[in-house]
Design a protein around this ligand. Structure first.
Ligand code: 0RA
Length: 632
């Protein structure tokens, strides 16, 4: 089909984007700011992946906030769109959800939250320039905050074709408009892993560096990097890789390591899906069924024990990358793929290929099954050991728990949560308001030691830290044992003020220094108690920050009479309110603590340790402000 301007559907203007940026880019913090770039880069990646372009250049200009993305693809069409009398270029950049049907085999992948593209970036930029080479001419159009300054103009003759978009984020939208070259570099690198052969040159003029980013090995390279970074040793000589393109484009690389951990990293259209979803389920289905069928065919199933799906996946490290036309995302942070048809499709794509590979590499298959048998044996042995220890010492173990700890009653470790709460009065509210079955409360009274330079002896002498260590039960430092951990979530609950923030930082420093595994394995969270209650008639809104309150107030109808209550501290909040807004798993928001954006900054812990601590926690602090809606 010849592409023409008529294929573009006109839906709406850009006002909604400036009114509620969070809806389109997830927030206006650091992640949202970088999201603008991913939107633009994804369009160019599509052009490369559909064989219309061979390179992409990304430039971070000297000012640290202006970015250019250039490709040598077909060039965005500039012909006049019949319905509106405007050029296709202008329609693409000024119309929400404008999208050509393109040429059928193109995955319109535009990234993140999700697939909204160029017009959103334009709306949120103080200035944007689109420079197109097509049909022997060079065309330019400039925009300010999404509005064209003039019509598209021909500025001269041109050879070849291509597109260059330059934009500067709007300081009215983003409190901080400075880009982080490290985040850009790491994410571009992930893009080149996910798109084999893709070459991106990153000119970091702000920092004075140029990076040629290309990974010819694609996902297999990525798998190698991930294993190496985490010190994981593969038990297979070479990973299994899968790249199929029948209806869905599915790329997989996987191996097993000698570590007991399972590590599944999933992507949809080049965007991390941190919370998995239907593609991950389909992957697990296909993997386990292929292994079972291989076991049956070669009579490898052990007689004395049953291999569970967890046994078969123990030590598995895998990357699953899916490209589909209309992804639907779910969850608080839109981190989970929700398309129901994908589960079966991924299973059906992977299973026969993996089965075939196992049959062709029988000894590799036997190694994998052998590994699973060992996992099953260890599982059974450890369950027996734990049961014995528990029977013998359950009363004495409970006696040695800190006196201030209000423990929860559930025996199921996966259901248990520990809230570490600042101050006795907040601790009191939390104890009254919690779900006693699954939520334990440990109030902190005295000062938390700053562990940045402290010795282990000093840490063990600090009353508050000692209580935390005892309550957790998992040991510390070299003696850390995940299987002894008494809770599945450890949640820091602090006042939403600078003191609270300081204490949270000290606690995180402690975890970084002495229990980094807890962070790495995703056990640590930060609760987000509201700072304001806003009553409007019979509606109640909760605001996490001043900015969040202002956003809520702005959205109210002009005749509304809001009643605003500011909570001075958690201790002031009635227990029931604390539960509703902050403790209740169904309604609360938790911020998971991660190692400074692990997807972008694939750093080892030791690298992180050397860096400015404020950098490590930036992600958390940044995201806390990204919240747009908390209506309980
Ligand atoms: C719509 C149609 C065509 C190309 C593009 C969009 C296009 C978009 C971007 C965004 C960044 N780089 C791009 N390159 C191309 C096809 C036009 C034709 O058939 O010639």
């Amino acid at each position: 089909m010849a592409y023409g301007a008529a294929q573009i559907d006109v839906l709406e203007g850009l006002e909604p984007v400036r009114k509620r940026p969070g809806m389109y880019i997830g927030g206006t913090g650091l992640a949202g700011l970088h999201h603008l770039l991913w939107e633009i880069v994804d369009n160019s990646i599509d052009e490369v992946m559909n064989d219309h372009a061979t390179f992409i250049k990304v430039t971070l200009h000297e000012d640290g906030t202006t970015l250019s993305v250039e490709d040598n693809g077909r060039g965005i069409p500039v012909d006049i769109h019949k319905k509106t009398g405007r050029s296709a270029l202008e329609v693409i950049f000024t119309t929400l959800h404008a999208g050509g049907k393109f040429d059928g085999n193109s995955y319109k992948t535009a990234g993140g939250l999700h697939g909204v593209g160029s017009s959103v970036v334009n709306a949120l930029s103080i200035g944007l320039e689109a420079r197109i080479r097509r049909d022997g001419h060079e065309y330019v159009q400039h925009y300010k905050r999404g509005r064209p300054r003039k019509d598209v103009e021909v500025v001269g003759p041109a050879r070849g074709t291509g597109t260059r978009i330059t934009f500067t984020p709007d300081p009215e939208i983003f409190a901080d408009t400075t880009y982080d070259a490290e985040i850009i570099k790491e994410r571009l690198e992930v893009k080149t892993f996910l798109n084999k052969g893709l070459k991106i040159t990153f000119y970091d003029k702000a920092g004075g560096h140029t990076h040629e980013i290309v990974h010819e090995g694609g996902l297999a390279d990525y798998l190698g990097v991930l294993c190496k970074r985490d010190g994981l040793n593969s038990v297979l000589e070479a990973p299994f890789t899968h790249d199929k393109e029948n209806g869905i484009r599915l790329d997989i690389a996987l191996t097993w390591t000698d570590s007991p951990r399972e590590k599944i990293r999933t992507f949809v259209n080049g965007i991390p899906t941190r919370d998995g979803g239907t593609h991950e389920q389909g992957f697990k289905d296909g993997l386990v069924k292929a292994l079972r069928s291989f076991m049956d065919a070669h009579s490898l199933a052990p007689r004395s024990l049953t291999l569970t799906s967890d046994d078969l996946r123990e030590g598995l490290v895998t990357i699953v990358s899916l490209f589909i036309a209309e992804p639907q995302f779910q969850g608080q942070t839109k981190d989970r793929l929700n398309n129901p048809e994908i589960r079966g499709a991924v299973d059906a794509s992977l299973r026969p290929a993996l089965e075939q590979w196992l049959h062709n590499n029988k000894s590799v298959g036997e190694t994998i099954i052998h590994r699973a048998v060992q996992a099953a044996r260890a599982r059974i042995a450890s369950r027996q050991a734990v049961a014995t220890v528990r029977a013998k010492t359950s009363s004495s173990a409970r006696l040695s728990l800190p006196g201030k700890l209000a423990d929860c009653s559930s025996r199921d470790p996966s259901a248990r949560e520990l809230f570490i709460v600042e101050g006795d009065s907040a601790g009191g509210s939390a104890k009254q308001g919690r779900d006693r079955k699954t939520q334990a409360i440990l109030p902190l009274r005295g000062k938390v030691l700053n562990c940045e330079q402290a010795t282990l002896k000093k840490v063990l002498g600090n009353e508050e830290l000692k209580n935390i260590i005892t309550a957790l039960g998992c040991g510390i430092g070299k003696d850390f044992r995940e299987d002894r951990l008494r809770y599945n979530r450890i949640i820091l609950l602090m006042d939403a003020d600078s003191d609270g923030h300081h204490i949270a930082t000290l606690l995180l420093t402690f975890f970084y220094r002495y229990l980094p595994e807890l962070i790495r394995l995703g056990y640590i969270y930060i609760a987000q108690p509201p700072l304001f209650r806003i009553n409007v008639g019979k509606d109640t809104h909760w605001a996490l920050t001043d900015a969040h309150r202002n956003r809520i107030l702005k959205k109210l109808p002009s005749r509304a009479k809001p009643e605003i209550t500011r909570f001075k501290g958690l201790g002031e909040m009635p227990p029931k309110t604390l539960f509703q807004t902050t403790l209740d798993p169904k309604r609360r928001r938790l911020q998971q603590v991660t190692l400074a954006m692990p997807m972008e900054a694939e750093n080892t812990i030791s690298e992180l340790m050397g860096k400015d601590p404020s950098y490590r926690y930036r992600f958390i602090i940044d995201n806390a402000d990204d919240v747009d809606e908390l209506d309980v």
